[in-house]
Design a protein around this ligand. Structure first.
Ligand code: CA
Length: 220
């Protein structure tokens, strides 16, 4: 069983959580509140949040960017892990969920470190590029509209510093990446991203079967 990644059934997944998840009561409350919302599936899994926090610590990331924030769970994980020097710019559209994110960030004492920009992400990314933020981000997490994933990649490559990390969520897309001629533009975009990353010489790459698939790129 060592030649390939293990498939997790419910019991083994629960075991993984039981022996490794260290979710804070605050994060647990945020996750429970988000579960009541219609788009609850937009939230990342708790073990993924914990992994991303560890990644922030391992890489020493300070200046970070998130595209697609929703109720702020991943942002809270990353900003907390980055410590006092950490700064996170979050891109999302205006919605009822913005207030939930800001309420929990405030409770966590992170309001000063997280800058939520409510506009189409492509506008915010262009503004950052025009504003001299190119080649400056240590870590960029992309979890917004899938149809734009390949466009976000190009912006992320402009904005990330050399050696910076670019993360894409949902790159296994619930298995729909296996469809041969998908009707969904989202599925087609994720397939295109995955195919492109495989041969993209601008990055190092690993696709982790964590949550719904997390692709980690390191800008060369
Ligand atoms: Ca996601």
């Amino acid at each position: 069983m060592t030649g390939r990644t293990l498939a997790l059934d419910d019991a083994l997944y629960q075991y993984l959580l039981d022996v490794s998840l260290r979710e804070s009561p605050l994060l647990k409350r945020l996750r429970d509140e988000t579960q009541q919302l219609p788009m609850a599936r937009w939230q990342i899994a708790p073990e993924q949040g914990q992994f991303m926090a560890l990644l922030v610590q391992l890489s020493g990331a300070r200046k970070m960017l998130e595209i697609g924030t929703y109720t702020g769970y991943s942002a809270l994980c990353m900003a907390q892990a980055a410590g006092e020097e950490g700064r996170l710019i979050c891109c999302d559209l205006p919605g009822d969920y913005n207030a939930i994110a800001e309420r929990y960030w405030h409770e966590a004492g992170l309001s000063e470190r997280i800058d939520l920009r409510l506009a189409p992400a492509l506008e915010t990314l262009s503004a950052l590029e025009r504003g001299g933020h190119g080649e400056s981000f240590d870590l960029i997490f992309i979890d917004a509209d899938k149809a734009n994933y390949t466009v976000y990649l190009e912006h992320a490559l402009v904005l990330a510093r050399k050696g910076g990390l670019i993360l894409f969520d949902n790159t296994l897309w619930g298995g729909r990446v296996l469809e041969t001629s998908p009707d969904s533009a989202d599925t087609r975009a994720i397939q295109a991203l995955n195919r492109g990353l495989r041969r993209d010489t601008r990055v190092e790459l690993s696709l982790l079967p964590l949550g719904d698939g997390l692709s980690i790129c390191r800008k060369r």
